[in-house]
Design a binder for this molecule. Structure first.
Ligand code: GTP
Ligand code: MG
Length: 185
C-alpha cells in the first residue's frame, strides 16, 4: 500500500476479457452516466480521499489488451493493491476465463500465495434476468485470494460506487477466508 502524508492510498486495477465493460465502468463512476462511446482504455484517475467512503486516495487503472503490451499488464499487476477481474454476466466464456486464465496469470506474476485481494465483478446485469453468482461462488472457494464478488451494470448505473467501495474495503479491511478449498469435503 502506498503512503502519502501518513495516509494509505489504494490502487485499483481492472482486468478482464475484451468487451466486458471495464472502461465503461470507470466512465460511469466518474460521470454518473452511461456513455455508449468510450475509448479502449481510460486514463488513470485519482479520486481524492474526501470523496471516498474510506477517506483514502484511490487510483483507478484500466487495462486494454488493444492498447497495452503484456509487459505493461505485468507491471500494473505488480503495482496494484487490489485487482478487479471483470466478466460479463451474459457471456459464459468470460466467466470461464476467470479460472482458466486470469487467476492463474495473476498467481504467475505475484506468486501462488500472494496477498493482493481479487474482486470478481460481473457487469451487464441489465442484459439478463438471472444471477451469475452460482457460477462464481465455487471460484471463491477454490481461490482464497478472491475477497468478494459483486454484480453490477455500467449501463443501468447499478452497484457502480459499491464495486469500487468493495475494492477499497478489500485492501483496507481484508477478511481472512472462513475456510480454504481443501478443508471442504
Ligand atoms: P476492452 O477495452 O476492449 O478490453 O473492453 P472493455 O472491457 O473496456 O469494454 P467497454 O467498456 O469498451 O464496453 C464494451 C461494450 O459493452 C460497449 O459496447 C459498451 O457500451 C458495452 N457495455 C459496457 N457496460 C455495459 C453494461 O453494463 N450493459 C450493457 N448492456 N452493455 C455494456
Ligand atoms: Mg476498455
Amino acid at each position: 500500500m502506498g503512503r502519502q502524508n501518513g495516509k494509505k492510498d489504494v490502487r485499483i486495477l481492472l482486468v478482464g476479457d475484451p468487451g466486458v465493460g471495464k472502461t465503461s465502468l470507470i466512465y460511469t463512476l466518474v460521470s454518473e452516466e452511461f456513455s455508449e462511446e468510450v475509448p479502449s482504455r481510460a486514463e488513470e484517475i485519482t479520486i481524492p480521499p474526501d470523496v471516498t467512503p474510506e477517506k483514502v486516495t484511490t487510483q483507478i487503472v484500466d487495462f486494454s489488451a488493444q492498447e497495452q503490451e503484456h509487459e505493461s499488464l505485468v507491471r500494473e499487476i505488480l503495482k496494484a493493491n487490489v485487482i478487479c477481474i471483470v466478466y460479463s454476466v451474459d457471456d459464459d466464456d468470460t466467466i470461464d476465463k476467470i479460472t482458466s486464465f486470469w487467476l492463474p496469470f495473476i498467481r504467475d506474476q505475484l506468486g501462488e500465495n500472494h496477498n493482493t485481494p481479487i474482486v470478481l465483478v460481473g457487469n451487464k446485469t441489465d442484459l439478463v434476468d438471472y444471477s451469475s453468482l452460482e457460477m462464481i461462488l465455487p471460484i471463491m472457494n477454490q481461490f482464497p485470494e478472491v475477497e468478494t464478488c459483486v454484480e453490477c451494470s455500467a449501463k443501468s448505473l447499478k452497484n457502480i460506487s459499491e464495486l469500487f467501495y468493495y475494492a477499497q474495503k478489500a485492501v483496507l479491511h481484508p477478511t481472512s477466508p472462513l475456510y480454504s478449498a481443501d478443508e471442504r469435503d
